[in-house]
Design a protein around this ligand. Structure first.
Ligand SMILES: NC(=O)C1=CN([C@@H]2O[C@H](COP(=O)(O)OP(=O)(O)OC[C@H]3O[C@@H](n4cnc5c(N)ncnc54)[C@H](O)[C@@H]3O)[C@@H](O)[C@H]2O)C=CC1
Ligand SMILES: O=C(O)C(=O)[C@H](O)COP(=O)(O)O
Length: 388
């Protein structure tokens, strides 16, 4: 069994009757923020004698073998733990799976439903964090966009207008930018106002905010996003348009992207990579900004993710939630209104090039290896979300 951190909490035994102590065993990704503050007897077992036993391990170490050894009631994961038949076909103890993430492409939700296992994710938990990451990337590379003008408007293309895309659109509108948005699964609106071809051919900057879906399989969609940006789409983009991907790596065909950057010298920002956690130096060297899947990594974003799966677990087990992320947040001095007034303070709000520098420093022998990519994320100094 990998190195685990086992905290055993025993319920208060001073009740009037001898409690029949129950144990709730949790296997959790150690990269979940404030795990022990949210999942303990005080926060889960206040209505009954309960022993909460948490086994926390690296997300990639949550295996069928570990489940066989621990027999957990609950799995708490993040995006690096695939949840599917291969992991739990022989397990009959898990009753709840919580992913403290927005994306769910790593979870076979139909299989969980078939097994009558409750699933919860953290929809929208880091929408502001990711939107602010995208704004920072754009304004770091193109600071002139702070002052759009009638003869030099800024057109931001947004593909996917859900929680993150629509939040980004609000920031863009607040800066006086024009938004061209495309989302075939939502009704037309002020922001959902263009075709895919119009977005990619008429925008100064294009940002992707779609889930990773396929034409078939567990993430099937009528509008699959796997390689949504293929060679043809990239070719249709003006050479000087900036492309940002903070959705999922495989939404862009990495090989086609490398060729397109060679041909156009396009500025590209990637927070997610088709073959992560490995990154080929050949691609890395062509990018304007590269970061290790940390667009959502603010203290608020990660705590909100933990809060949301904690609340869902409490609902599952009919327990009154007894922990709030607001008890765990230091004072936040980052105000969007201040940044708008003093754009030169952007680097103090978020120095994205420092994250870029740390990632590039891990390139060795032609690539960034998976262990180094994971270490950068595990040890990431969580940013603070700007107050909108
Ligand atoms: N880099 C990071 O740290 C993070 C990445 N993400 C990724 O961002 C994705 C989007 O997050 P949210 O906006 O919160 O999800 P969401 O589910 O609220 O919105 C996704 C939107 O994409 C639309 N969509 C689906 N297929 C499409 C297509 N083919 N073309 C255009 N639009 C399409 C949907 O209709 C939906 O409105 C997540 O699924 C996740 O993969 C999320 C959080 C952090
Ligand atoms: O929430 C999502 O979706 C994300 O992409 C998260 O930022 C992924 O973070 P990890 O689960 O990989 O820590």
């Amino acid at each position: 069994m990998p190195n685990t951190n086992v905290n055993t909490f025993t319920g208060n035994n001073e009740s009037k009757e001898t409690p029949s102590t129950r144990t709730l065993t949790i296997v959790a990704d150690s990269n979940i923020a404030s795990l022990d503050e949210f999942f303990s007897t005080q926060t889960l077992g206040q209505d009954a004698a309960l022993t909460v036993n948490i086994v926390s391990v690296a997300g990639r170490d949550i295996t069928a073998q570990l489940l066989a050894e621990v027999q957990p009631d609950v799995l708490l994961i993040r995006s690096v733990t695939p949840i599917n038949a291969e992991l739990i076909v022989d397990n009959h103890s898990v009753r709840f799976v919580g992913s403290a993430t927005i994306g769910t492409d790593h979870v076979d939700q139909a299989y969980l439903a078939e097994r009558n296992i409750t699933f919860a994710n953290a929809a929208g938990c880091s929408k502001h964090s990711v939107a602010q990451y995208v704004l920072t990337a754009i304004l770091t590379l193109r600071p002139q966009y702070w002052q759009p003008s009638s003869n030099q408007p800024v057109v931001l293309g947004i593909i996917g207008l859900g929680n993150i895309g629509s939040t980004l659109a609000q920031y863009a509108a607040d800066l006086g930018w024009q938004v061209l948005g495309y989302d075939p699964l939502l009704p037309a609106s002020a922001f959902n106002n263009a075709s895919f071809d119009e977005v990619i051919s008429q925008s100064n900057a294009i940002s992707l905010h779609v889930p990773l879906t396929d034409a078939e399989g567990m993430n099937r969609s009528d509008y699959p996003t796997h390689h949504l940006l293929n060679a043809a789409a990239l070719e249709a983009m003006p050479a000087d348009s900036l492309l940002i991907n903070s959705a999922r790596g495989p939404v862009i065909d990495a090989a086609a992207l490398e060729d397109n950057i060679e041909q156009t010298r396009r500025q590209v920002v990637l927070d997610v990579f088709e073959h992560e956690p490995q990154i080929a130096e050949q691609l890395l060297s062509k990018l304007a900004i590269a970061t290790p899947h940390i667009a959502g990594y603010t203290l608020e974003g990660k705590l909100r993710g933990t809060q949301m799966i904690y609340d869902a677990l409490c609902e599952k087990f009919n327990v009154t939630p007894a922990q709030s992320m607001h008890n765990l947040l230091p004072v936040n001095m980052y105000l969007w209104t201040e940044l708008k007034e003093y754009p030169d303070r952007l680097i103090k709000f978020y120095d994205i090039m420092q994250d870029d520098k740390l990632l590039r420093a891990k390139a060795d022998d032609g690539q960034v290896n998976g262990a180094d990519f994971d270490q950068l994320r595990r040890d990431y100094h969580l940013r603070r979300e700007w107050q909108f």
